[in-house]
Design a binder for this molecule. Structure first.
Ligand code: ATP
Length: 233
């Protein structure tokens, strides 16, 4: 069954109807335990009703990934299948156009309404790069942002560009409360178990014929082996 057919056959087609909903975009090339713990801990630390995973189609901010978007989606589907609070949104993978986060948020607002609290989950490295994103200040009006700590990327105003540091200073006070009481606009942070795992490291290990076991789920490694992915540097 293709990844998209698997998605359509999934019983978890719609996310919970109320409460803050986490949105987790990424290349997931491949998905690993850093991603899975971020989503899992965001639910408990921020009181989210669930997390909608949104694998990027054609990432505008980085080189094209080494595997197809459908294969990255298939790996996300495998890694999230047994968690009833995880949902997978294949729209960016299925789209022909580049996946800009602001367009995805506008689509989700049309789908979920203006009042629903939406919480965009970002690792600290992704957050630091936010001012380079298309229409980044509109993103702050469409969703809250929750930034997770990540090894090597301290969250501190002096590590951020001046415009982002200013937005962080204004939007951070009482952010955790606002995730529950407002649809968008706050910037929260949360401390997750620190896992110095990256997809880059996993791709390098696999390209060198080394083990990546225990950095990502076995179901994903099985898929990588079955499709001979990440073999060449
Ligand atoms: P790459 O090494 O290819 O750049 P990555 O491991 O950073 O990939 P992405 O798919 O680019 O993974 O990341 C998606 C999101 O997950 C980003 O917001 C990123 O900051 C976050 N993230 C990835 N790995 C971790 C980790 N180990 N701890 C916390 N956040 C993470």
């Amino acid at each position: 069954m293709s990844a998209i057919a698997t998605f359509l056959a999934s019983p978890k087609l719609s996310d919970p109807v109320a409460g803050p909903l986490g949105l987790f975009g990424g290349t997931f090339d491949p998905v690993h335990y850093g991603h899975l713990r971020l989503a899992e801990e965001a639910i408990s630390h921020l009181g989210l009703q669930g997390v909608r995973w949104i694998p990027a189609g054609q990432p505008p901010h980085r080189a094209q990934p080494g595997v197809t978007a459908a294969q990255r989606l298939a790996m996300v589907l495998r890694s999230t299948a047994d968690n009833q609070q995880f949902f997978v949104d294949a729209a960016e993978v299925e789209a022909d156009a580049p996946s800009y986060t602001v367009h995805t948020l506008e689509r989700l607002r049309r789908e979920l309404g203006a009042e629903r609290s939406l919480v965009l989950l970002l690792g600290a490295d992704a957050f630091a790069g936010l001012p380079t994103w298309h229409r980044w200040s509109d993103i702050l009006e469409l969703a809250h942002i929750a930034v997770s700590h990540r090894p090597g990327f301290p969250i501190a105003a002096n590590n951020l560009s001046p415009v982002l540091a200013e937005a962080f200073r204004r939007r951070r006070p009482a952010a955790e409360e606002q995730l529950k009481s407002r649809p968008a606009g706050a910037i929260a942070t949360f401390a997750m178990t620190q896992l110095a795992i990256s997809a880059t490291q996993i791709r390098q290990l696999l390209a060198n014929g080394l083990s990546a076991r225990y950095l990502l789920p076995d179901t994903v490694l099985d898929y990588i082996r079955a499709h001979s992915l990440y073999r060449n540097p």
